[in-house]
Design a protein around this ligand. Sequence first.
Ligand SMILES: [Zn+2]
Length: 220
Amino acid sequence: MEGGHESVRSVVRRPIYPPAPLRECRLANPFDRQASSCPAHKKTDRPITIDDGHRSVYDVLRPLLRDRHWAIPITLFIYPSAISNASDALTWEELRTMKQDGFFTIESHAYWHPNFRSERALRDAASFRAFVLEQLVHARSRVSAETGATATCIAWPFGIHDTELEALAVDAGYVAGFTSEPRPVTRAETAMALPRYPINDVCGEECIWGILRETDPYHN
Ligand SMILES: [Zn+2]
């Protein structure tokens, strides 16, 4: 949401679309509305996730949530190589502070945001699998060591995923994976490739309202 602060700010300030915590939605049967107590299964709830761990999460979004008395849970998908390293990235201290706030959940975006498609082209099959596992496992262990959070969700870097990557993520201890394929979650999804709607520089307020209308069960 790097460039879309004002649009997101405008939309979340309206009270009719309370987002749900993502973590509560990764249940054994996340698509069974009858069996699940997941708040996301209420008709108007959509979890909000933010990828990449930019500092604007701390500088812009956190104060906004405080203004709202912390009414909105947010899931952050971060890649540890950037944290406390890149100039536009969050620091581990900021992530620890946000975790203590109680409204931010810290999850994995792999260790250095690799492009698994191009990395695969550089390696044979065995070394590619080892590379992927290292990226996935190391991300979880670093998040745990730095923040105490147990990351069991991954947002696929660049949205790149396939059945091999998804199986490796399960081996690495993940229980849910998220793409950037813009459509509502249906029963046809697999847990390791759940769709999300990207909100970025080219998705302003009208675009965001369009997403909310498109995903509103009353309009489907
Ligand atoms: Zn990313």
